[in-house]
Design a protein around this ligand. Structure first.
Ligand SMILES: *Cc1c(COP(=O)(O)O)cnc(C)c1O
Length: 416
């Protein structure tokens, strides 16, 4: 028995799939204490889009700390926060013609979601939120109430209320017109659906099984919200910051959500940071109405600013993510075709990809084989039936190929 098993709570999870002790990492590689190397196709669940210990971001953080830059500041004005806001406006918002105010909630995705839900309710004076089948929005009570997974929901211990799930894109395998059910309930005064304050959606469901909504479905959703006076919240915690190619995952649809949640890779270096973006006319908060002690972690601001400056002043990263995503997509389609007798499906877009099996056991075994061979991948989907591939966006072509070879061998080991 080691200290993790004797002292750390049973709630620990990722470590169970990857039973070793890691101690170093750089770029797309992690090393355990024995020096064994692992390729990282997990990337901190999307928190490490620029890789582990990215040298450019590390330099900025170290320089800042060595100069006695402020570390903790609640929401006081600091130079590091000003730099981040200015860079975010100049590099992210203005070139995309997006007009948002920036709110700093507590530094986690769930808190960005809680803030979004609170705000939508405050602005509209309504309680009901529409979420989607297989959604994941975080583990706090409000975020759980709009999350699909029954195991995670059951952890709440109290009723999770004021949310109504609707079918996500392609939930009925293309057999029903988009939003048939949703539109009917909204139009029918006998439907029992309370007037919604907001719809919350992921453009690609990461935890839900790498389900990628089509651009036209997202446009349809934005249009439905507009027509019905419902606010549209895009939870871009996992798929934002370039995971699908463009900075925001909703850019392919040309929509402008009312509220956007960012976390995971916005801190750049794996440091905790979250932002809730809101249309200026929605900014009805009272000072301190949503609060939190750790909303001013300045080293995260510094890393976030540097990441924007290094990776988002041109479209190089976006283009390479799309190209690498295609490469992974082709490899997955190739795997599906090499086993015509096995039910498998290639899913996702950009560098958020998945290989779905009919049986979750198979997906789990593929990830176990991959771990043995030095590749970290997790499963996702309601039963864990999808092998999830999310390498750092900065991964080299050679590393990507090496990981895909291990994946192919791991699949072969399970199916052959
Ligand atoms: C990870 C995630 C969250 C929750 O973020 P935490 O930092 O774990 O609280 C919310 N929404 C989505 C889409 C996520 O992937």
């Amino acid at each position: 028995m080691n200290i993790f098993e004797t002292l750390e709570s049973e709630v620990r999870s990722y470590c169970r799939g990857w039973p070793t002790t890691f101690d170093k990492a750089t770029g797309s590689l992690l090393y355990d204490e024995t020096g064994k190397e692992y390729l990282d196709f997990f990337a901190g669940a999307g928190s490490l889009n620029y890789g582990h210990n990215n040298p450019l971001l590390k330099r900025a953080v170290i320089d800042y700390m060595l100069a006695d830059g402020i570390t903790h500041s609640l929401d006081m004005h600091t130079a590091a926060k000003r730099d981040l806001l200015e860079s975010f406006a100049d590099i992210v918002l203005k070139p995309r013609n997006l007009d948002y105010k920036v709110m700093f909630p507590g530094p986690a995705g769930a808190n960005a979601v809680e803030a979004a839900l609170k705000l939508a309710r405050k602005v509209t004076g309504r309680e009901a939120i529409i979420n989607f089948t297989n959604a994941f929005h975080g583990m706090t009570l409000g975020a759980l109430s709009v999350t699909g997974n029954s195991m995670k929901r059951s952890g709440a211990g109290i009723p999770l209320v004021h949310a109504t799930p609707m079918p996500y894109d392609n939930y009925f395998d293309g057999q029903t017109p988009d939003f048939l059910f949703f539109e009917r309930l909204l139009a029918d005064s006998g439907s029992g659906l309370n007037e919604p304050a907001a719809v919350i959606v992921e453009t690609v469901q990461g935890e839900g099984g790498i389900n990628a909504a089509r651009a036209e479905w997202l446009r349809g959703l934005a249009d439905l919200c507009q027509r019905n006076g419902i606010l549209l919240i895009v939870d871009d915690v996992q798929m934002g910051c370039g995971r699908t190619g463009p900075f925001f995952s909703f850019e392919i649809a040309g929509i402008q959500p009312d509220i956007v949640c960012l976390s995971k890779s916005i801190g750049g270096y794996g440091l905790p940071l979250a932002l809730t973006l809101l249309k200026p006319e929605l900014d009805v908060w009272e000072p301190g109405e949503h609060n939190g002690t750790f909303r001013g972690i300045n080293p995260a601001f510094v890393a976030a600013t540097e990441a924007l400056k290094v990776y988002w002043q041109d479209d190089k990263l976006e283009k390479s993510t799309l190209a690498k995503g295609e490469q992974v997509g082709r490899a997955l389609t190739g795997l599906v075709e090499s086993y015509p007798d096995v039910q498998m499906r290639a899913k996702g877009r950009g560098l958020a990809r998945g290989l779905q099996f009919a049986d979750a056991e198979l997906a789990d075994q593929v990830c176990k084989n991959a771990f043995e061979a030095g590749l970290l991948m997790e499963t996702s989907g309601p039963d864990g039936e999808v092998v999830k591939l999310m390498p750092p966006l900065t991964i080299s072509d050679d590393e990507l190929e090496a990981g895909l070879s291990i994946l192919a061998a791991s699949v072969k080991g399970v199916l052959a």
